[in-house]
Design a protein around this ligand. Sequence first.
Ligand code: IPE
Ligand code: IPE
Ligand code: MG
Length: 257
Amino acid sequence: MPSPHDPVQYARAAGLDPDRLPRHIAVIMDGNGRWAVERGKPRVEGHLRGADVVRATVTECCKLGIDQLTLYCFSAENWKRPKAEVDFLMSLLKQYLLDERDLIRDENIRFTVIGRRDGIPDDVLAEMDHNISASAGNTGLTLCLAINYGGRTEIVDAVRKLAEEVRRGELDPSQIDEDHISGALYTAGMRDPDLLIRTAGEMRVSNYLLWQISYAELWVTPKCWPDFDVSVFRAALSDFAGRNRRFGGLANVQGAV
Ligand code: IPE
Ligand code: IPE
Ligand code: MG
C-alpha cells in the first residue's frame, strides 16, 4: 500500500528543500546511559526512552520520503557490557520488533538487518526474520538495523567470502574491484549513507559502516539519543542541505588553473 503522505509537501512545510534531502541516513544512537544517569535513573531507562525516539525518527523518515535509515542498535563490541544490560537490550529489541509490525505494514517499510547472527538469542532472531520476510515486498523506507554489527568484522566476512570464490575458481584476484567488495558486505545492494548522524557528542565512528561512510557527511549533536526529537533531526537535515559535496572533485570550475 503506498504511503498516504506527500513527501514533497511535507518537506516544504517542515522548511526543508525536498531536492536536497539525504537518500540514505545512518545514525549512531548514542548517549542513552548518560541521559538516564543525568536524571538519576538506571541506564536502561535511557534505552527504553531511546526506543520511542527510534519510532518517531522512522515515522519522520517515512513522511519525508527518505529511501533508507540505518540505525546502530548494538555493536559487536557492546557484548563487553554487564550481562544485565545486554539482556535488557536484547529483550527490548525483541519487544521493538513485535511492536513495530503495524508501523512496518502501514508505512510500507522494508525491514532489514546487518550484523552477525551469532550470540543473538533465538527468540530475537525469530522476530527479526519474521519482520524481514513479512516486509520483503514493501517499497517505502528501507529500515536497516545494525545488530551485533562491527565494521571490521563485516570487512573480515567480506574478505572470507571473496577468498572462497577465488578458491572455487569463480573469481580471479585481478578482477576484484570496489564493486566486488561492496557486493560482499552485509550492505550489498544498498547505496552508501549520504549523512551520518551521531548523538551525544563523541567525535568518533565506533566501528560503524567503515567502508560505506567514505563520503558521508558527518553531523554530531551534543544531545543524547533520548532527546533527539524531530526538531533536532530537521536541524541535521537542513545542515546537510547546505553542504557542498565534492567527492574529491571541484564544486565548480570557475577560477580553475
Ligand atoms: C547507546 O547508548 C545505545 C547502545 C550502545 C546500545 P549508550 O548505552 O552507549 O549510552 P552512553 O553512551 O553510555 O551514555
Ligand atoms: C556505539 O555506541 C554503538 C551504538 C550506538 C549501538 P557506543 O557507546 O558503544 O560507542 P563508544 O564505546 O562510545 O565508542
Ligand atoms: Mg555510548
